[in-house]
Design a protein around this ligand. Sequence first.
Ligand SMILES: *Cc1c(COP(=O)(O)O)cnc(C)c1O
Length: 406
Amino acid sequence: MDIGMKNKTNVDELSLFGGSPTFEERTLHVGQPNIGRRERLFERINDMLDRRWLSNNGPLVQELEKKIAHFLGVKHCLLICNATIALEIAVRALELRGEVIVPSFTFIASAHALQWQGITPVFCDVDPKTHNIDPVKIEELITPRTTGILGVHAWGRACDVDNLNAIAQKFKLKLLFDAAHAFGSTYQGKMIGGFGDAEVFSFHATKFFNTFEGGAITTNNDHLAEKISGMRNFGFAGLDRVIQLGTNGKMSEVSAAMGLTSLESIDEFINTNLGNYLTYASELEGIPGVRLIVYEANEKNNYQYVVIEVDEKAAGISRDSIVNILHAENILARRYFFPGCHQMEPYRSNFPNARLLLFETEKLTQKVMQLPTGTALGTPEIGYVCELIRFIVKNNAEIQKRLNSQ
Ligand SMILES: *Cc1c(COP(=O)(O)O)cnc(C)c1O
């Protein structure tokens, strides 16, 4: 099989696949949406149109909030238009100000949500084993201006919640979680959603459970939930009564319709992700320098990310070269999280020395990549992706030579 690199990386002559033209040409993305039963979605949208109730805490939003709260075993679920606004609202509702400690190894929205509210994100290094904020490195970052910790459950793996709680209590800090990756995952057997003061989920199209755009704040705190409920609706507390500063963070009914439909298929989404993950695990086995990260066997994970760490020395080729070749083959692997929030603006200019404290983060941003998964993919595609990676690593010397001579 011609692996199609002719005009791209010029390594097609190396073809490992000589004469086995089996793979149908198409692009494989990271984060292709999962879509549930569309007839159920259309029914809901039809009813919604008949009702002429399209937004403003409609019946579909209320139904989805109840179902998610039940699914997560948390008292309150407040649906929001997206997770970034949800983080901003949560940050305001918790009265965070000054400085908040957050990992740099996260999607930029975690940092932006703080900065956008006039709060300084103070970047903390991560534990290379879990990719999550390292509790051991938090205390040294606490100053008189610190008001909170924003932990991120990277790849759906829970942060070290117990130790974060202990630090938060000791220093009287608020504890918020960016749970954008962690819908359906557990910590010590309990669903993520009820930890810290509040947790924030993303239901963006690229997350495995989506409402097109959307997010949620979950909490067991009644007072906080009421405050958030007002804040997402301009601070209204009655028809003509505004009692606090607010914004427009409402989720529309059509998004909730998608969410209810996605929720009906969530087991299927997770099982497909798990199956894909296991296929990757077996197909990648034995490729030097290419390691699939593993999750705790005693916890639930949604397996929405297939996260690879490339050890450049052992693989004989860099993560970036592998990603470039995959891209040339229409496999849009991604370098999440790259280059780390502290290397992006405005933080790069604001904190030019941040990287000195972010040793593990810097290393991870050079070696982590995501491979495509989700219901849009099957075993043949995964086999192809893995075969290609095996091929690239096996022929690393020749590939390097050719890449260098271009
Ligand atoms: C996706 C994501 C967000 C932002 O979610 P949106 O719903 O797109 O605003 C925030 N944090 C992390 C870690 C994410 O992956």
